[in-house]
Design a protein around this ligand. Structure first.
Ligand SMILES: Nc1ncnc2c1ncn2[C@@H]1O[C@H](COP(=O)(O)OP(=O)(O)OP(=O)(O)O)[C@@H](O)[C@H]1O
Ligand SMILES: [Mg+2]
Length: 326
């Protein structure tokens, strides 16, 4: 569809905010071998005001998925439609304009804030880049943003090192919200924080979603946190989504053995230890593709596209490639 044509209101209301189809990212092989399929034919929708939780072991492709959606990483294949427009094919000037609608909140509040910029400067920058607020209103908008994340608006002259980890993450969130985005990728937004601060930041993200109607892609190792925030959950394994459904479906009636294994892994309070543990869990042999690629549903997994997706309940599906062959 020509993006200059207005979308009929009825369609605009029903359309998902974000529509990802067949997204694939490959990295060149280190030494000769096969290229790494970091993201392999990933498809999902996120509605306005909805959170999709993306979980999976370290290296499964979660961050690369987020980066490819935001066009910070080139995808070899697939489409990413935000507000009805395909980000993968638009001009760079249109993409610059669309960046206002999508933002990134990263894990580490220590490295994502410039140490020699004041909080005021940090929050003013995106407003200037996107010219979203007239210069005369900048101060007011910065104060508003600080209040939005429950920080004292008098803090604009302070530097990041004067803040606690949780406060810094609030600044990172305020910076992401400065341009009034519709969609935010939160990549491990609380994993660098202590448990009490984690709960506060999770509460903040939820209340901001309610107030501003934000949509989130919420990436995290910690399944307990994802359960608290996500409406839908996608489980990633070796670049593919192996199970997706409502949070209740995936957590209460997991259909894929890999999801069950992740849920069975008792969380360890120390996030570093937890990461190590998840790294060490070797998938069972039948998770690894092999044989003739034909599952008991008679689908040939050598085919591309969504043919191998098997619905176990309305809105709840798994990738048959890993469906037990018994
Ligand atoms: N720029 C890159 N060049 C080459 N390989 C990369 C690059 N970025 C990521 N990878 C590889 O792609 C795969 C997916 O990485 P990604 O960072 O997306 O995983 P992740 O699920 O976010 O992991 P974690 O939970 O540890 O953050 C990994 O094997 C990683 O080594
Ligand atoms: Mg990651």
């Amino acid at each position: 569809m020509n993006s200059a044509e207005p979308v009929p209101a009825s369609e605009a209301v029903q359309a998902p905010l974000l529509q990802v189809r067949d997204l694939s990212v490959q990295f060149p092989a280190r030494r000769g071998g096969e290229p790494l399929k970091a993201v392999d034919r990933v498809s999902f929708d996120i509605a306005p005001g909805e959170t999709l939780g993306l979980v999976g072991q370290s290296g499964s492709g979660k961050t690369t998925t987020g980066r490819a959606i935001l066009q910070l990483q080139k995808a070899q294949r697939g489409s990413v439609r935000l507000l009805g427009e395909d980000l993968t094919t638009m001009s760079s000037s249109r993409l610059r304009a669309m960046r206002r609608h999508m933002q990134f909140v990263l894990q580490n509040p220590y490295s994502s804030l410039h140490p020699r910029m004041t909080i005021g400067q940090i929050l003013t920058e995106p407003l200037q880049v996107h010219r979203s607020v007239p210069p005369a209103r900048m101060r007011e908008r910065v104060a508003e943003l600080l209040e939005l994340v429950n920080l004292d608006p008098a803090m604009t002259q302070r530097y990041p090192h004067e803040f606690s980890g949780g406060q810094r993450q609030r600044v990172v969130i305020a910076r992401a919200l400065a341009v009034n985005p519709d969609f935010v990728v939160c990549d491990e937004p609380v994993s660098a924080l202590d448990v009490r601060t984690q709960a506060q930041i999770v509460d903040l993200l939820r209340s901001l979603q309610d107030r501003l109607g934000l949509s989130y892609l919420f990436i995290a190792h910690d399944l307990a946190i994802v359960r608290e925030v996500a409406h839908k959950v996608a489980v990633m394994f070796q670049g593919r989504i192996v199970e997706m459904g409502s949070a209740a479906q995936v957590y209460d009636t997991p259909a894929h053995p890999y999801t069950r294994m992740l849920l069975d892994a008792v969380p360890v309070p120390d996030p570093k230890l937890q990461r190590e543990r998840l790294r060490l869990i070797a998938p069972e042999p039948h998770f690894v593709e092999g044989g003739d690629g034909i599952c008991r549903h008679g689908e040939n997994h050598a085919q591309t596209g969504t043919a191998e997706w098997h619905e176990v309940a309305p809105g709840h599906g798994i990738s048959c490639r890993f469906w037990p062959a018994d």
